[in-house]
Write a protein of this length. Structure first.
Length: 292
């Protein structure tokens, strides 16, 4: 009897572990890379590893926006493009330097023109150690504005100052009123400001206001569903309210710890495998108290 009981426990144990390992395997497998038409010849790419990306099919060439995070996902994106056109990919425009937007570059042909803000090129130059990755550093950079032409289409690239990073690029298609805005927008969670890349929350407000002046009504971004102007307005409003509140708390003489308590912010426990990055409240506090 005792042995039978032991056997049942053993079987239950094996069943539990095989189930839990298959659940983990499912969680690790990303959804397939998919391209969906947004408007005209503009497509959004979701799934795979890394942030949402996109592409535009021009008369003679394809222009890609962001490169996914792995060679495999980039190649899957390229095969989605090949289903729609036989034209070659001429440009890959990078919205910023984060790995989930740029590390898939290794899956692209070597002859693509890689376009970015000059600061993004510098961040990638610092981050890319692998020689293969290093052969994909941006080779067309700009500071404020750049126009690209594809047939009779003009594609406008803008940098409106430091925001999510210090090298964010907005890719604007005036005819379609569509803009790719990378990680300048997060919906349903706090804006993400990379202080280690000189991002800035006040700069983000300025950038979002500049984007709203572009006469676009469809915004494609890195980590969520397509957004509308009212989504951007909502983020601007809540970010400005937070900045105002933190400013007045600082004026009342409150410490960072006290201000974090007001916003119910708790730091994640420190971990040796990832650097400590300040959250939004701390970022705004630091921006308001340092310098000058
Ligand atoms: Zn990012």
């Amino acid at each position: 009897m005792k042995n039978a009981l032991k056997l049942i426990f053993l079987l239950a144990f094996i069943l539990f572990f095989s189930l839990s390992s298959s659940i983990t395997a499912q969680q690790q497998e990303p959804p397939p890379v998919k391209a969906a038409q947004v408007k005209g010849n503009i497509y959004e790419v979701t799934g795979g590893r890394g942030a949402n990306a996109g592409f535009f099919i021009g008369e003679k060439e394809v222009l890609v926006i962001d490169a996914k995070m792995t060679e495999e996902s980039a190649k899957q994106m390229i095969s989605e493009i090949k289903k729609l056109t036989s034209s070659p990919i001429k440009y890959v425009i990078l919205t910023h330097s984060d790995g989930d937007h740029v590390n898939g570059l290794v899956g692209f042909p070597q002859d693509v023109i890689i376009v970015s803000h000059h600061q993004t090129a510098k961040d990638m130059d610092d981050a890319f150690k692998d020689p293969n990755l290093r052969s994909y550093l941006p080779n067309l950079t700009f500071s404020k504005k750049l126009k690209l032409y594809s047939g009779d289409k003009t594609i406008k690239l803008f940098h409106f100052g430091p925001a999510h990073t210090s090298g964010d690029v907005v890719v604007y298609f005036p005819d379609e009123k569509v803009a790719f805005i990378g990680d300048l927008l997060f919906l349903g969670r706090d804006p993400l400001i990379h202080r280690h890349k000189n991002g800035n929350s006040f700069g983000l407000v300025n950038t979002l206001k500049s984007i709203l002046k572009l006469d676009a009504d469809i915004f494609i971004h890195g980590h969520g569903d397509i957004a509308s102007p009212s989504d951007l307005e909502g983020v601007i409003k809540s970010l400005e309210e937070k900045q105002e509140k933190i400013k007045s708390l600082i004026e009342e003489g409150k410490s960072l710890e006290e201000i974090k308590k007001v916003f119910n912010v708790e730091d994640r426990p420190p971990s040796p495998d990832r650097p400590r990055r300040p959250g939004l409240v701390e970022t705004i506090y630091l921006e308001l108290t340092e310098k000058k």
